[in-house]
Design a protein around this ligand. Structure first.
Ligand code: PLP
Length: 354
């Protein structure tokens, strides 16, 4: 039965990427060996790593602008610590927009003074704080571009001279931004790029080397940059699949092309949520994410029926995060618009029944 995969992460990847990745596990490009049994120093894998790194910079339009792309391990969660280790000398600012921001704050506090510049915690993170002033004396300001759990997304980033660090785990490569505004971007692969196991870090080289602390090698971006993202054995399979997904995106027309599709998917579900009295949106309208749509069912008596209809139609992964409840439809790059159509049809059918 065909499934419609709305999982928040790990999540859906393009079919042809899965196909190619599974072939490479058996044999990589006719070399008689599997992708996962060759040396990471082989010319074949070195070329894969180079391709993945250059595709990332190319898609973000950061080539030749002093940035380096790295494929590291430890998830986005490791970046909560690593960003602070490399960039925090005295004081850093954080915008608290949810669970992931809070976790980033917790790690950074181990290393310096942290100022919560703005927060939407009092409203259970249903919106993005705006109109705040960024103190000038910060080493950096940390933001979370898309709040996977609450379904909110930053549409406008603050104008400031303070270096910007951004967790883009759940919306990287999904919409056009001026990525050169950011000094460091990180994203766990498993939301919009590949399988779990690697994290993309895009860092402007000239912000490195400014802190006085000693940095352990594995946590030091400069070490990873100097070793071309091969300081130790990289997660070869996750890097390969990420490379294939980035190539898929490039062939499709890049971020501009996928953004258009993502906007159409988001419009489809949000207009249904707005028009259909059986459902109500959770996130503030102006801050709604084009990746994760969160909503409640207004009539609890219809919940079992809705769940059964979704199951029947092959819809998978739309339960809300336990801290928010309700539903969450994650519509990452590889989710076809047809899948959103199937969900929306069920929602409107339920209204007729209700
Ligand atoms: C999923 C997610 C994380 C955590 O990623 P891990 O790779 O599991 O550490 C961090 N930030 C955001 C915004 C996420 O969506």
């Amino acid at each position: 039965m065909k499934k419609h995969n709305f999982s928040a992460g790990p999540c859906i990847l393009p079919k042809e990427v899965m196909q190619k990745a599974s072939e490479a596990v058996l044999e990589l490009d006719g070399i008689g060996l599997s992708l996962i049994e060759i040396s990471h120093r082989s010319k074949e894998f070195v070329a894969i790593m180079e391709k993945a790194r250059s595709l990332a910079l190319e898609l973000l339009e950061l080539e030749g602008k002093g940035y380096q792309a790295l494929f590291l391990q430890g998830g986005a969660s490791m970046q909560f610590l690593m960003t602070a280790f490399n960039l925090l000398e005295k004081k850093a600012g954080y915008i608290n927009t949810g669970t992931w921001s809070q976790k980033a704050i917790k790690e950074a506090r181990l290393l310096g003074e942290i100022v919560e510049v703005a927060s939407s915690q009092e409203q259970n993170f249903n919106h993005i704080p705006k109109g705040y002033k960024v103190p000038k004396d910060l080493d950096y300001l940390h933001l979370t571009s898309n709040n996977t759990i609450y379904g909110t997304q930053i549409k406008e980033f603050p104008e400031t001279d303070v270096p910007l660090v951004c967790d883009m785990s759940s919306d990287i490569f999904s919409r056009q931004l001026d990525f050169s505004k950011f000094d460091l971007i990180y994203a766990g692969a498993q939301k919009n790029m590949g399988p779990a196991g690697t994290t993309l870090v895009v860092v402007k080289e000239d912000i490195l080397g400014r802190v006085s602390r000693k940095i352990p090698s594995m946590l030091d971006y400069k070490v990873h940059v100097s070793k071309e993202s091969m300081f130790n054995t990289p997660p070869v399979f996750a890097v390969y699949v990420s490379m294939l997904t980035l190539q898929w995106l490039k062939d499709l027309g890049g971020i501009a092309a996928i953004e258009e599709i993502n906007e159409r998917k988001a419009n489809l579900i949000y207009s249904e949520i707005e028009l259909n009295p059986v459902f109500s949106g959770i996130a503030a309208k102006e801050d709604r994410s084009i990746m994760n749509a969160t909503f409640n069912i207004t009539d609890d008596e219809l919940k079992d029926e809705f769940d059964a209809m979704c199951k029947e139609a092959g819809i998978s992964g739309i339960n809300g995060h336990r801290s928010v409840g309700g539903y969450r439809a994650s519509m990452y790059n590889a989710l076809p618009i047809e899948s959103v159509g199937v969900l929306v049809d069920i929602m409107s059918e339920l209204e007729k029944k209700g």
